[in-house]
Design a binder for this molecule. Structure first.
Ligand code: DMJ
Length: 493
């Protein structure tokens, strides 16, 4: 580390950290299931350590490192950073120590590499901050802040809406070539709030808070067709791109972070809660429908037309509705029910396949219900969203069906995705002999296995009135900001 990087950060009151250990289930059967999930985590981690150490992800069949463009061209150990807090809560302390050592010795952000601002924020900054809060090890906080500084040039656009990608060395930003009219993506620039608020809290530097509040203010001023937020916004002109709205990919975590900004502020950020309530009301009106067979689904809005297709990614919304029920005043019962209906639909999307694993997206079209039609939508890449929703439903209802459904998914992953070199996605969930895609995604360790572990743990592990999970399942503590301002008021810091 260079001397400059060693500069200590100002001390701040550490929030009350409850429930970072424990959760041991009393029931023997549940305890065994939890142990099995921990064993799966060890299998994923150990193989990554042997064959992919330092690379971003693992190719479990080729038994070598893997990377995609979201992490740029250098080896940033995405799996290590993403997995740390899961290792910690599972009590895998030797593995956690190995990960910490690699981060201390080898995680370097001064590289000529173009990364996704969103992905690096949710996986790296979120992962490092969660590891810091859980373990108290300063190095994670220092690395999170170093990385955040490297992301700041992405906000240098005419509107302050950040570019999708930034070069960590040069600071030059740009957008994805495929995005409508040079736009930035709602789920990307709208999924920075939690981490950036924590960065300002921990450093005393208001710059992070100001960046995300600027985005919020700009969004508040804009017209929303039918009350819906389009997925595309041009960072040069400040105008919407195509009028496409989805609760799945490109939109999803924007809505999640409005709700979680409110929860994370100890329910004092009423502005965020209002934006969430208004957005969800419009989504319910225009995007949520019931199929002929009685399954509630969330479609995608494209230029005034509802496409009756739901993505695996949109399945997280079952958990979001349940999490947001408290605080929705007279509609709490309604949102608990809506969350349960989405969980049931997503479970059907798993149950109607040969492998009992869900496809990337599924249709509701005439006789077709909760089934993928196009070959290109039949894959399962170890995604967490359905299990995430089961876990939230379990925490809020304790209905045993959610543990049963989670266990079904765990068994299916074990049977069809486990290979001797780790875990792999599958290319077709409707084929009883599917080909593997040979990628062990970092979110499998960060999210899928963490949510499964929590599903078979007691509620005293990471209680939801003290912790808020970022969109990559990294737990961040609720901040009691009543007597604090993050916007740089010197009287406070
Ligand atoms: C994760 O990186 C995050 O959950 C993100 O919000 C959406 N997609 C993946 C997992 O499917």
């Amino acid at each position: 580390m260079k001397m400059k990087e060693k500069k200590p950060l100002p001390p701040v009151p550490v929030p009350n950290l409850l429930g970072i250990n424990g959760g041991d289930p009393e029931d023997n059967d549940i305890r065994k299931k939890r142990e099995k999930i921990k064993e799966m985590m060890k299998h994923a981690w150990d193989n990554y350590k042997i064959y992919g150490w330092g690379h971003n992800e693992l190719r479990p069949i080729a038994r070598k490192g893997h990377s995609t463009n979201i992490f740029g061209s250098s080896q940033m150990g995405a799996t290590i950073v993403d997995a740390l807090d899961t290792l910690y809560i599972m009590g895998l302390h030797d593995e956690f120590r190995d990960g910490k050592k690699w981060i201390e010795d080898s995680l370097d952000f001064s590289v000529n590499s173009e990364v996704s601002v969103f992905e690096v924020n949710i996986r790296f900054i979120g992962g490092l901050l969660a590891a810091y809060y859980l373990s108290g090890e300063e190095i994670f906080k220092i690395k999170a802040v170093q990385l955040a500084e490297k992301l700041l040039p992405a906000f240098n656009t005419p509107t302050g809406i950040p570019w999708a990608m930034v070069n960590l060395k040069s600071g030059v930003g740009r957008n994805w070539g495929w995005a409508s009219a040079g736009s930035s993506i709602l789920a990307e620039f709208g999924t920075l709030h939690m981490e950036f608020v924590h960065l300002s809290y921990l450093t005393g530097n208001p710059v992070y808070y100001k960046k995300v509040m600027h985005i919020r203010k700009l969004l508040q001023k804009m017209d929303r067709p039918n009350g819906l937020y389009p997925n595309y916004l041009n960072p040069r002109t400040g105008r919407w791109g195509q009028y496409h709205t989805s609760v799945g990919g490109l939109g999803d975590s924007f809505y999640e972070y409005l709700l979680k900004a409110w929860l994370m502020s100890d329910k004092t950020d009423h502005e965020a809660r209002k934006m969430y309530d208004d957005a969800i009301e419009a989504i319910e009106k225009h995007l949520i429908k019931k199929s002929r067979g009685g399954l509630t689904f969330i479609g995608e809005w494209k230029n005034g037309h509802l496409e009756k297709k739901m993505g695996h990614l949109a399945c997280f919304a079952g958990g979001m509705f349940v999490l947001g029920a408290d605080g929705s005043k007279d509609k709490a019962g309604h949102y608990l029910e809506l969350g349960a209906e989405i969980a049931r639909t997503c479970h059907e999307s798993y149950d109607r396949t040969a492998l009992k694993l869900g496809p990337e997206s599924f249709k509701f079209d005439g006789a077709v219900e909760a089934v993928a039609v196009r070959q290109a939508e039949k894959y399962y890449i170890l995604r967490p969203e359905v299990i995430e929703t089961y876990w939230y439903l379990w925490r809020f209802t304790h209905d045993p069906r959610y543990r049963q459904w989670g266990w079904e998914a765990a068994l299916a992953i074990e049977k069809h995705c486990r290979v001797s070199g780790g875990f792999s996605g599958v290319k077709d969930v409707y084929s009883s002999t599917p080909a593997h895609d040979d990628v062990q995604q970092s979110f499998f360790l960060a999210e899928t296995l963490k949510y499964l572990y929590l599903l078979f743990s007691g509620d005293d592990l990471l209680p939801l009135d003290h912790w808020v999970f970022n969109t990559e399942a990294h737990p961040l503590p609720v901040l009691h900001l009543a007597n604090t301002t993050l916007s740089g008021n010197p009287a406070v810091r």
